[in-house]
Design a protein around this ligand. Sequence first.
Ligand SMILES: NC(=O)c1ccc[n+]([C@@H]2O[C@H](COP(=O)([O-])OP(=O)(O)OC[C@H]3O[C@@H](n4cnc5c(N)ncnc54)[C@H](OP(=O)(O)O)[C@@H]3O)[C@@H](O)[C@H]2O)c1
Length: 292
Amino acid sequence: MERVLLFGGSGILGTEVLRMLQNGKIDYVAPRSFNLDIRVRNLVSDLVQDFKPTWILNCAAWTNVDGAEDSFEEACELNEVAVENIAIAAKGIGCKVIHVSTDYVFDGESEAPYIEDSLVNPINKYGESKLKGEKTLLAVLPGSFVVRTSWLYGVKGKNFVKTIAGKALRNEPAMVVDDQVGCPTSSRDLAAGIVSITRIHPVPGVYNFSNEGSCSWFELAIAIYKSVGADPQLVEAIDSNSLNVKAKRPKFSVLNKDKWKMAQLSQVPEWHSSLELVLPEIVTELRQLGEV
Ligand SMILES: NC(=O)c1ccc[n+]([C@@H]2O[C@H](COP(=O)([O-])OP(=O)(O)OC[C@H]3O[C@@H](n4cnc5c(N)ncnc54)[C@H](OP(=O)(O)O)[C@@H]3O)[C@@H](O)[C@H]2O)c1
């Protein structure tokens, strides 16, 4: 019987992983940060020694991309030091770790989808901190799994799809960049993917997972407006230079999923079909939050 320790179970991705653990009747614990701060090494090791998980799933992270530019040390505390704490604790009892990373480890200059072995070269501090975390984990515990993902969205937490759906439902205009191309990832699909690793036990290492296909943020926004029945002409394309944000973003960050598919892990649905499945729940959530 698997025993799972989940960190970050309240985030965009973590809530979907938590749901899968609950539905799968898996023995798990999922502490919030106010109960267990993963930056504190002995707290992590005590819980791991006590609960003795067979898997640790790390969905916790510093995810404020612009904030990381001025708060790099704090970002690294969570994206590197906490990951090291998890790796050391896991090594102590011989359990496996699945850690989530990002397309922002790449510089976006490629014209072809990035494979797991593509040259990493982050162009912002968030990407740098996440890359440090990947390297630390694999150095301490080479049998671990790093799952790189991109453009994550879901029902819970702050994310682009939810923000744009809110604007669409309020019939507000949206200015969205059309010069960054990537692939949206439904947190539900990724959660299923993470759980599939615990069942299939593929070769350890780095794996890419996003939904299939690619689009710009502008194209994604248009799809959202259309899907909720709003006027897509309310969406205006702008270029990244006109945005007043601190961190640079890669122009192109589509991830190649061939390794994932070869390992026969979970399905990789096309981004548009996953969006259509999740959007009604996002709309319900926005109504419940009183945002629309
Ligand atoms: N969002 C994206 O577009 C995106 C894209 C690519 C990759 N990723 C990666 O995907 C993963 C999941 O991201 P997400 O967007 O789902 O994250 P998120 O919604 O920002 O959630 C972050 C999680 O981290 C936890 N956390 C924060 N500080 C903590 C601490 N000191 N100790 C323990 N837990 C702490 C939070 O728990 P509490 O609520 O309890 O504080 C929360 O559950 C991350 O590794 C991220 O880098 C995200």
